[in-house]
Design a protein around this ligand. Structure first.
Ligand code: ATP
Length: 228
């Protein structure tokens, strides 16, 4: 089967500073892939390159189409939905407005978002800046879903949240997986990633050093690549 997202030999950087030296990664339809690695190993940079927010080279295809030949806004429109690190909702806009500005045609609309995150419906008339951290994270996920993505990319979606809120986010992600949405995610919770992901891709110094089914990740491997 052709992968939905195909990344091979990807290089990217920040001006003169090269950060990625050869990232290989695939996500097929309906698959959940965890992008792992210690701090600074290139996870967020990989996501930025996939979203075409950074100059990059190598193979980068989405649904068979060459993303590197497209301008960034066109790339996202092919069906890449990003939940960026740090949430970045439009603070002065209400919850409902945040959702409306993101909307693109497809099965996801405000009603369906309300079933996934009932709290957002309760808060729909409030400006995003008045939401709690967990609610803002729900809104960031909701906004990405409103674009009706074929691949949802989550960068540290549970970072800095209380354990109970974190569980709400994980349960929403599980539900999206059950619905068959392809997901690429970065998170610090190895336990949750192992429970949820089908496959893992491990980065070390901007390069893929391992990829395979999560259950094949041994303690020795996680100590070596993810330990502090
Ligand atoms: P973290 O979990 O800390 O976010 P990460 O795996 O996502 O880690 P990246 O943020 O992708 O890692 O960083 C990869 C490399 O690129 C690091 O060496 C980092 O210092 C560098 N880097 C990241 N952002 C910038 C930037 N804006 N300008 C210059 N270098 C950067």
């Amino acid at each position: 089967m052709t992968p939905l997202l195909e990344v091979a030999g990807l290089t990217a950087g920040y001006g003169p500073v090269q950060a990625l030296f050869g990232v290989d990664l695939t996500v097929t339809e309906g698959e959940v892939v965890a992008l792992m690695g210690r701090n600074g190993m290139g996870k967020t940079t990989t996501i930025g390159a996939v979203m075409r927010l950074l100059p990059a080279a190598g193979t980068l295809r989405f649904d068979g189409r060459d993303l590197l030949s497209l301008p960034p806004h066109r790339a996202a429109r092919l069906g890449l939905g990003l939940v960026p690190e740090g949430r970045r909702c439009f603070a002065p806009l209400t919850v409902a407005e945040n959702l409306t500005v993101a909307a693109r045609p497809g099965p996801w609309d405000a009603a369906r978002i309300g079933r996934l995150f009932p709290r957002l419906t309760e808060r729909r008339r409030q400006p995003a800046r008045t939401l709690s951290g967990g609610e803002q994270q729900m809104l960031a996920i909701a906004r990405a879903l409103m674009t009706n993505p074929r691949l949802l990319i989550l960068d540290e979606a549970t970072e800095g949240l209380a354990p109970v809120v974190r569980q709400e986010i994980w349960s929403a992600i599980r539900e999206l997986k059950t619905e068959g949405l392809a997901i690429l995610l970065v998170d610090k919770s190895l336990r949750e990633l192992k429970a949820l992901a089908d496959r893992a891709v491990v980065l070390e110094r901007g390069e893929t050093v391992w990829a395979g089914p999560v259950q094949d990740l041994t303690d020795e491997m996680t100590d070596r690549w993810l330990g502090v």
